[in-house]
Design a protein around this ligand. Structure first.
Ligand SMILES: [Zn+2]
Length: 490
C-alpha cells in the first residue's frame, strides 16, 4: 500500500513535472510565435514603405549639411515624425537636436539618428572619383542612411507595439554634429537618463552586431602667447610662441613611449606665426589624445598638462587650453547586442539586384587589394570575405576588439545600456570617410541595407519591450559600467 502510495506520489510528481514542462514548452512555443509574428509584421510594414524611406535617404544625400548646420535634414525628420503622431521637442543644448516620442507608459526604447555630412567630400553616385559639386560636403560617413535607418526603427516599432497591444515609449533622438562635438551636450544635460535601452547602427561593409569597443578621445587646442620682436635686430627681446609649440610637440614625441598601451597622440600646428623675421608672439597646436577608456584619457592629460607647463617655463610664454570635443569609449551591452543578433537572424537580409552587385564590384576595384583588409582586420572579420563584392550573410564580429576611432554613442553607453549594429551598405573593403563610401551611400543597395538596419532595431526594440527579462539583464550588466564623466571635463 505504502509502496503503491509512493509510486502513486512518484507518478503524480512525474505528471506535475511533465505538465510543468509541457506548460513551459507551450510558453516557449507561444513566445517563439509572438516573436515571429512581430518580425513578420515589422518586415512587411517597412517593405511597404520602402520608396518613402529611400526618398528621404536620397534627398539628404543630395543636400549634404555639415556639423552644426543640419537645419534642413533635421527639419525633414521632425516634420515627418510629428505628422506620424510623435511628440517632437527641440533641445536647446545643440542646434538641430531634438527628441520625438510616441507612447507614454512602459519601458523607454530609444533610437539615435545622425544626419551630418563631411566637408569637401562631395561625390557623385559613380564608381570613379567625381565630385558632385567641387569642394562641397558629401555623405562619406553615410549619415544620410544612418538617420533613415533609425527613423524606420522608431516608426516600425511604434506601429508593431500598437498592433501587439504592448506599452512602451519609443523615442527618436535627432543627434546632430556627430563628426565634431557629437551628442555630448545632450548626454550631459541628462536627456538620456531615463532610457531603458538606447540603440543605433552605422553604415559599414559587413552585417554584424557592434561587439567591439571604441577609443575614448579628447580634442584640444593649446595656444602659446609670447612676445614679438625683430628676429634679426633684437631676437633677444622676443619670446617665441612657436618655440613653445615645438618644445611641447617634442615632449609629446618622447612621452609616447611612456604612457599606457593604446594611448595615442596626433597633432597639427594650426598657427606657427606670421613671418620668419618676426619672433612669433602667438602659436597654437591642435592635439588629439586617445586612449582605450575615458579614464585613460584623463590619465594621459595629467602628463600633457605637465608638458604644457614645461614648454611655458622653457620659453617664458603663457599657454591657454581650449577643449574642443571629447568622447568616451563605447561599452556595448551584451544583453542588447545579443538581442540585436537574434533579431538579425529573424529577418531575411536584403538581396542585391544585378546592377547593384555590379556597382559594388566596380567600386571595390578602386581600392587596392591590400588596403581592403583595413576594414575587416580591426574587428576580427576574415579577409576571406573580400572574395565577394558585398557581404551577404550575418556576421558576429568584434567581441573583445577595440578600434582606434571614437563614437559619441560612447557617452550614451556610460549612462544607459546601449547596443548597435553595422550593416553592409558599402562594398567589402570600403571604409568610412572615403569618396567610395560617399558614392555607395547614394545608391539603392545602401538604402536597402539601411532599411534592414531599421527593421532589425525595431525588432530588437520589440523583443526588449515584450520580454522584460532582457531589459533586466541589460540593467544588471550596466551596473558594472564606471560612473559617467565626460572626457571634456578634464
Ligand atoms: Zn559616422
Amino acid at each position: 500500500m505504502k509502496q503503491r502510495r509512493t509510486s502513486h506520489a512518484a507518478h503524480g510528481a512525474a505528471q506535475t513535472a511533465q505538465a510543468a514542462n509541457g506548460a513551459q514548452s507551450a510558453a516557449n512555443v507561444a513566445a517563439g510565435d509572438a516573436r515571429r509574428s512581430i518580425a513578420c509584421e515589422i518586415s512587411t510594414w517597412v517593405d511597404a514603405r520602402a520608396a518613402e524611406y529611400d526618398a528621404i535617404a536620397r534627398d539628404i544625400w543630395d543636400h549634404p549639411e555639415v556639423s552644426h548646420f543640419e537645419a534642413r535634414s533635421s527639419a525633414i525628420y521632425r516634420e515627418r515624425l510629428a505628422a506620424r503622431g510623435f511628440a517632437v521637442q527641440e533641445y536647446p543644448e545643440m542646434p538641430h537636436s531634438f527628441c520625438a516620442v510616441k507612447g507614454t507608459r512602459g519601458p523607454v526604447i530609444a533610437f539615435m539618428g545622425e544626419y551630418d555630412a563631411l566637408p569637401g567630400m562631395s561625390q557623385a553616385c559613380a564608381a570613379r572619383r567625381e565630385p558632385a559639386v567641387e569642394g562641397a560636403p558629401g555623405h562619406a560617413c553615410g549619415h544620410n542612411l544612418l538617420g533613415v535607418g533609425s527613423l524606420v526603427a522608431a516608426e516600425a516599432l511604434a506601429h508593431a507595439l500598437e498592433r501587439a497591444g504592448v506599452e512602451a515609449q519609443v523615442r527618436f533622438y535627432g543627434c546632430p554634429a556627430e563628426e565634431s562635438l557629437g551628442r555630448i551636450p545632450l548626454v550631459k544635460a541628462g536627456r538620456f537618463d531615463d532610457v531603458d535601452a538606447a540603440m543605433t547602427w552605422h553604415p559599414a561593409d559587413v552585417f554584424t552586431p557592434h561587439r567591439y569597443t571604441t577609443s575614448a578621445n579628447l580634442s584640444l587646442v593649446i595656444s602659446f602667447q609670447g612676445r614679438a620682436s625683430h628676429a634679426g635686430m633684437a631676437p633677444h627681446a622676443g619670446r617665441s610662441a612657436l618655440d613653445a609649440v615645438q618644445l611641447f610637440n617634442l615632449s609629446i614625441e618622447f612621452m609616447r613611449e611612456h604612457v599606457a598601451p593604446g594611448t595615442l597622440f596626433h597633432y597639427v600646428i594650426t598657427n606657427g606665426g606670421a613671418k620668419a623675421n618676426i619672433v612669433p608672439e602667438f602659436a597654437a597646436v591642435h592635439l588629439y589624445v586617445r586612449a582605450p577608456t575615458a579614464a585613460g584619457v584623463r590619465d594621459a592629460m595629467v602628463r600633457v598638462r605637465k608638458a604644457i607647463h614645461g614648454a611655458e617655463l622653457m620659453t617664458e610664454t603663457r599657454a591657454s587650453v581650449s577643449i574642443k570635443a571629447g568622447k568616451c569609449d563605447y561599452i556595448p551591452s551584451d544583453a542588447i547586442q545579443n538581442t540585436i543578433l537574434e533579431a538579425m537572424r529573424m529577418i531575411a537580409l536584403p538581396e542585391p539586384s544585378a546592377e547593384e552587385l555590379e556597382f559594388a564590384r566596380e567600386l571595390q576595384k578602386t581600392v587596392a587589394p591590400e588596403d581592403r583588409k583595413a576594414t575587416l582586420l580591426p574587428i576580427g572579420a576574415s579577409v576571406e570575405l573580400l572574395k565577394s563584392p558585398l557581404h551577404l550573410s550575418i556576421g558576429d564580429f568584434g567581441a573583445g576588439k577595440r578600434i582606434g576611432g571614437s563614437l559619441d554613442t560612447g557617452d550614451v553607453s556610460y549612462i544607459v545600456p546601449t547596443g548597435q549594429l553595422n550593416t553592409a551598405t558599402w562594398p567589402l573593403g570600403i571604409g568610412a570617410h572615403t569618396w567610395q563610401s560617399c558614392a555607395a551611400s547614394g545608391g539603392s543597395w545602401a538604402m536597402k541595407a539601411a532599411r534592414y538596419a531599421g527593421q532589425i532595431l525595431a525588432l530588437a526594440g520589440a523583443l526588449l519591450a515584450l520580454e522584460p527579462a532582457r531589459l533586466a539583464a541589460a540593467a544588471k550588466e550596466h551596473r558594472k559600467v564606471p560612473r559617467y564623466r565626460s572626457t571634456m571635463d578634464v
